[in-house]
Design a protein around this ligand. Structure first.
Ligand code: PMV
Length: 352
């Protein structure tokens, strides 16, 4: 089993001025991570699809002659709060990158999806920063194999924002010890492509922007409330158990089973929020209207349109790329767009 020992940094390094750039996509979980232990260890395993267009592009300028400090810019505007967060993060990961507290960082980052759309940028954001750090590490401490470097980037991204560790890989990605071979609580692994039916390899995710702006309860607070949630242990067990049917479904292309499981996971995530103390609800009226419309549409047409949710009000509409796709797209445009705040929809596909 891989332990944190494997990720300790090399003590011999030589730093110099460098500028590196990386891009990392966002991801959407199908079996959800909600609840964690110290050091960002997940309470249960999760599996996600990596997106294609929703990405963060990041450039890190490292100035070796200056004392340690971090300056960050989001789409050209200086962000002091984000810089403080990154400074704290760098302090936390020094044992894995021993050079990290030795210079000045100017970090420029931009998202390809609309700012304050409610789409989480922490997964793609920390994914991109971790990849930049691994590039710097290669300059300063020498090269590891591609595979090792990617795994360490996933390990480092996890320490920034848990679900970010899944964004380092394409396709379906698993984080957390589970029945999936090689899976770990410390980093994510790609779900074996040859165990996925073709029908799940060509999928759309249209994100309906039901509520743009700040969430009332952050993910960090939400995870924390699982510590006192009386249903938490059963939920952690259920997520683990759900890997068994999920593996079967992915292998044999059981679309009906997939829809049922993915929607159940989304609703369970939000049920956990409602059963927290204090309780909170991140769904809005529009979220529920869309869910009911999707169910009606599916009952009437039998077409495979379904949803998942992350920790917010937006609805991720999932549907395969196939002959019936136009009917689904017409329905979304005509019937579901009115429930968004400003006709906001981000059309993405899964990255395989
Ligand atoms: O990585 P965090 O701390 O932002 O938590 C993400 C939690 C969910 O998006 C709700 C679920 C998941 O597995 O991504």
């Amino acid at each position: 089993m891989v332990t944190t020992q494997e990720f300790l940094g090399k003590k011999d390094f030589i730093i110099n001025n460098q500028t590196v750039s990386e891009s990392c996509p966002s991801n959407i979980a199908l079996i959800k991570y909600w609840g964690k232990y110290d050091n960002q260890i997940p309470a249960n395993p999760s599996i996600s699809y990596t997106l294609n267009h929703c990405k963060t592009n990041t450039t890190v300028e490292f100035l070796a002659d200056e004392p340690f400090s971090v300056q960050t810019f989001l789409s050209g505007n200086e962000e002091i709060k984000f810089a403080e967060k990154i400074e704290k993060y760098f302090n936390n990961i020094e044992q894995y990158l021993p050079w990290i507290l030795q210079g000045k960082y100017i970090i420029r980052t931009e998202n390809t999806f609309p700012h304050s759309s409610g789409i989480a940028s922490s997964a793609s954001g920390f994914g991109a920063i971790a990849k930049c750090l691994m590039q710097l590490d290669e300059f300063f401490s020498g090269k590891d194999s591609e595979e090792e470097s990617l795994r360490k980037a996933s390990f480092l991204a996890r320490l920034g924002s848990g679900s970010a560790c899944r964004s380092l890989y394409n396709g379906l990605v698993v984080w957390g010890e589970s029945q999936v071979k090689g899976s770990s609580d410390l980093f994510a692994v790609q779900y074996p492509n040859d165990e996925i039916h073709d029908v799940f390899k060509n999928f759309n995710d249209w994100v309906l922007l039901i509520h743009e702006g700040q969430k009332s309860v952050s993910s960090t607070v939400g995870h924390g409330l699982m510590n006192t949630n009386p249903y938490a242990e059963r939920r952690f067990l259920e997520a683990r158990e759900n890997f068994e049917p999920m593996k079967e479904i992915l292998r044999n292309g059981d679309m009906h089973g997939f829809i049922k499981l993915v929607e159940h996971e989304a609703l369970t995530l939000h049920a956990m929020m409602m059963m927290s103390d204090p309780a909170f609800i991140l769904m809005k009226t529009g979220t529920l209207e869309v869910i009911n419309k999707v169910w009606d549409f599916r009952r009437i047409t039998g077409l495979p349109l379904f949803f998942t949710l992350d920790a917010g009000a937006n609805v991720h509409l999932l549907f395969p790329n196939d002959l019936e796709q136009n009917k689904i797209e017409d329905f979304i445009n005509q019937e579901l767009l009115p429930f968004t705040q400003k006709n906001g929809v981000v059309k993405d596909v899964m990255r395989f």
